[in-house]
Design a protein around this ligand. Structure first.
Ligand SMILES: NC(=O)c1ccc[n+]([C@@H]2O[C@H](COP(=O)([O-])OP(=O)(O)OC[C@H]3O[C@@H](n4cnc5c(N)ncnc54)[C@H](O)[C@@H]3O)[C@@H](O)[C@H]2O)c1
Ligand SMILES: *[C@@H]1O[C@H](CO)[C@@H](O)[C@H](O)[C@H]1NC(C)=O
Ligand SMILES: *[C@@H]1O[C@H](CO)[C@@H](O)[C@H](O)[C@H]1NC(C)=O
Length: 316
């Protein structure tokens, strides 16, 4: 990392933009925040200040600097050119709309220095679409975070077919330095890795409920009290490696055939908005009504537990 250039520009100051800004500041970076809604970036910094103070009080502040020092690292801009001045890395966090992102990157390329890395937070768009209007695609990359990035540290790094390996390496080093957990995809693919695995889990859970095998409540328990207990610390590969006396090869000798048999019995892609889907939605809403009061309470609980889990993982 070029230590003389410690400035990062965050484009878009919504939920994810604010989170990225906090993550970068925790690593000691100057963070310039730009939003095309006048006054929005300034509002975001006020909100960040409040959050950092709360985190400090809860002893959950990340990084070596205290909240006051971190707050001093932020500046807000309503002008894109000024926001980009002096930055070596740009993290885009605007609306998840292809055209909006394409145009934002076209504007950024025009105004940023030629070595500046252009990174997108997109969850669902592939780099070859996001960066189609950028001329020098070798400096472009997707850095896909997981919400909330302050506690869930995974970042999927997804290259455009033309992304330079040095750009992947620099981004990986930056993410590691600020305390995130980056993973490299070797090629772009729809859904990246996280959302593909998530879609597989959603599909089979949905089918099991739809086919009358298990209730909504109990399939969630299968994850939260079963698989999820391990998955917070070890992935599916290590889980298998540890679940047979002689490791992964042994595991596959014992269980491979059974897994293949189950896999061939999986049903088709589920329908998520037909009559059957309504029954599933109703069953969920009986457990947790979908009004703001109930949802907020459950979100708060989720974030509190995530915070404690992040702390547990940090201490081990
Ligand atoms: N929310 C999540 O859980 C999540 C998780 C991972 C990735 N992402 C991705 O992060 C990105 C941002 O999502 P979000 O949830 O923060 O959205 P958001 O709607 O909360 O924030 C978007 C912000 O971008 C600003 N904006 C819109 N167009 C702009 C432009 N042309 N120039 C500058 N600013 C502009 C808006 O004013 C707003 O402040 C999306 O691509 C999303 O897919 C979101
Ligand atoms: C934060 O750290 C700075 C520099 O060490 C120090 O001057 C300041 O008093 C600290 N602030 C708080 C609230 O601890
Ligand atoms: C394209 O981007 C790469 C990677 O940042 C950079 O090294 C190179 O100088 C750029 N090329 C041009 C023509 O701007």
């Amino acid at each position: 990392m070029n230590s003389s250039n410690k400035t990062i520009t965050v484009i878009g100051s919504g939920l994810i933009g604010r989170s990225w800004a906090m993550v970068f500041a925790s690593g000691g970076y100057n963070v310039k925040i730009y939003d095309n809604q006048p006054g929005q970036a300034a509002k975001a910094i006020k909100e960040i200040r409040k959050q950092l103070e709360e985190l400090e009080a809860a002893h959950m502040l990340r990084g070596e600097l205290n909240a006051t020092q971190q707050i001093a690292l932020f500046s807000n801009y309503d002008d894109l050119a000024q926001a980009l001045e002096g930055a070596f890395f740009v993290q885009e966090c605007v609306f998840e709309q292809l055209e909006v992102k394409q145009n934002v990157f076209q504007d950024i390329e025009r105004l940023a220095g030629k070595d500046v890395i252009l990174s997108s937070s997109t969850s669902c768009l592939v780099p070859s679409n996001v960066f189609s209007k950028v001329q020098n695609k070798s400096r472009c990359i997707v850095s896909h975070p997981v919400n909330p990035p302050y506690y869930v540290k995974l970042v999927e790094l997804v290259p455009h077919p033309e992304t330079a390996s040095t750009v992947m390496d620099t981004t990986h080093a930056l993410m590691t330095e600020v305390g995130q957990a980056p993973v490299r995809l070797k090629k772009e693919i729809d859904g990246f890795a996280l959302n593909r695995v998530q879609a597989a889990i959603i599909a089979e859970s949905w089918r099991l409920v739809q086919d009358g095998i298990i209730s909504v409540k109990d399939i969630d328990l299968v994850m939260s009290e079963g698989l999820g207990m391990r998955y917070a610390f070890i992935g599916p590969m290590e889980t298998m490696h540890l679940n047979a006396p002689e490791g992964l090869e042994d595991y596959m000798k014992r269980y491979g055939e059974g897994i293949q048999r189950v896999l061939t019995s999986f049903g088709p892609v589920p329908e998520f908005s037909n009559e059957g889907a309504k029954t599933i939605v109703n069953e969920m809403c009986e457990l947790i009504p979908s009004d703001q009061e109930h949802l907020s309470a459950r979100k708060e609980r989720r974030d509190q537990l995530l915070m404690k889990l992040a702390k547990l993982k940090k201490d081990h």
